[in-house]
Design a protein around this ligand. Structure first.
Ligand code: BDP
Length: 327
């Protein structure tokens, strides 16, 4: 009896608490992510939401819709521009055809390492690129990590540049990546992320390319048993806000949102490092063949025409030079 009473009281209290918390949020920002719950980018935006709620005395909250619940990245970018989605965590790749400056940080081998990428994106170049989103109805808030991307496929181990010939590889929907694959001798298939698993399984494509956490969390490693660590891309990820939603906030609230986004970055980086390791362990344990010994030089050399085709203005040339000159 006592126990039942206590339980009932606790239940009522928690219902009341949930009700209160929900009622207290005057503004709830809806945030999109293609990755599943628990993935570092999803958790980072949740962390940002907790900071924001705390700092706004409960007025501003974030609801994260993970697992592409709001759609595939290209569609959610459009919805964010139109104010249907408030926040969106996306790779820079799908922005390439919209925000020209994002092309520069999506070029193959533009960054020498993830540390180099951090030094560039944490400095003035990163700020310039964030600002470049605004004319496209988006506010760039912060960068997250996407590690480095490598090739995986279901057919055979890629041990040299020549092994790329004839493979059908999925890329993110950006012309740079299509040209990159063609220059590497493979055939590029741009597809939404959510279609990759079944496309490999049914043989529509032979493989794709991604970092350890995505290779693992998407389950692609179950259908693509060869992973070659050639690390051709280090593409930063970005958290953007709809300019419409942004314009609806007071200047003070805008500052709170920007700061909470920035403060989520170190937390994200820590979670990323842990997840990279855990994902690698899981993929290795599943028996995927990992090829580490590969000469990157021919891959790098083959990218000259890709740079020539896509780095077309003085602004982009200057960005490339400044990135390369960053220690
Ligand atoms: C992942 C990115 C995600 C992209 C995905 C892709 O985090 O934003 O959608 O790659 O390949 O690494 O489409």
């Amino acid at each position: 009896m006592t126990i039942t009473k206590t339980l009932t009281a606790a239940l009522l209290a928690s219902v009341a608490f949930v009700g209160q918390a929900a009622a207290a949020c005057e503004i709830t920002l809806r945030s999109s992510d293609t990755h599943p719950d628990g993935y570092p980018t999803v958790e980072a935006v949740k962390h940002m939401g907790a900071l924001l709620q705390d700092r706004s005395d409960g007025r501003i909250c974030i609801e994260v819709f993970h697992s592409a619940q709001l759609g595939e990245e290209r569609d959610t970018i459009e919805q964010t521009r139109f104010g249907v989605i408030d926040l969106n965590r996306v790779s820079m790749g799908p922005f390439n055809n919209l925000v020209e400056q994002t092309k520069v940080v999506s070029l193959p081998f533009i960054f020498r390492s993830v540390d180099h990428m951090h030094r560039v994106m944490d400095g003035p170049i990163g700020d310039e690129i964030l600002a470049a989103f605004e004319p496209h109805d988006l506010i760039g808030l912060a960068y997250f990590d996407g590690g480095s991307r490598s090739f995986y496929n279901s057919q055979r181990p890629i041990e040299s540049f020549e092994d790329m010939a004839g493979l059908k590889i999925r890329v993110m929907q950006s012309d740079i990546f299509v040209d990159m694959m063609t220059a590497m001798g493979a055939s590029a298939t741009p597809l939404p992320y959510g279609e990759v698993y079944s496309s490999i399984q049914t043989g529509v494509i032979d493989g794709a390319e991604n970092n350890w956490p995505s290779f693992e969390s998407s389950g692609h490693y179950e259908v693509a048993g060869y992973y070659t660590l050639n690390e051709h891309l280090i593409v930063p990820e970005v958290l953007v806000m709809s300019k419409q939603s942004w314009d609806g906030l007071s200047a003070d609230d805008q500052a709170l949102v920007r700061q909470a986004a920035r403060d989520s970055v170190p937390v994200m980086r820590e979670m990323w490092a842990a997840r990279e390791k855990a994902s690698e362990d899981q993929v290795r344990a599943a028996g995927v063949q990992i090829i580490t010994d590969i000469d990157k030089t021919p891959f790098i050399e083959a990218m000259v025409p890709v740079y020539e085709k896509h780095v077309t203005s003085d602004e982009l040339r200057d960005l490339v030079m400044r990135i390369q000159a960053t220690e």
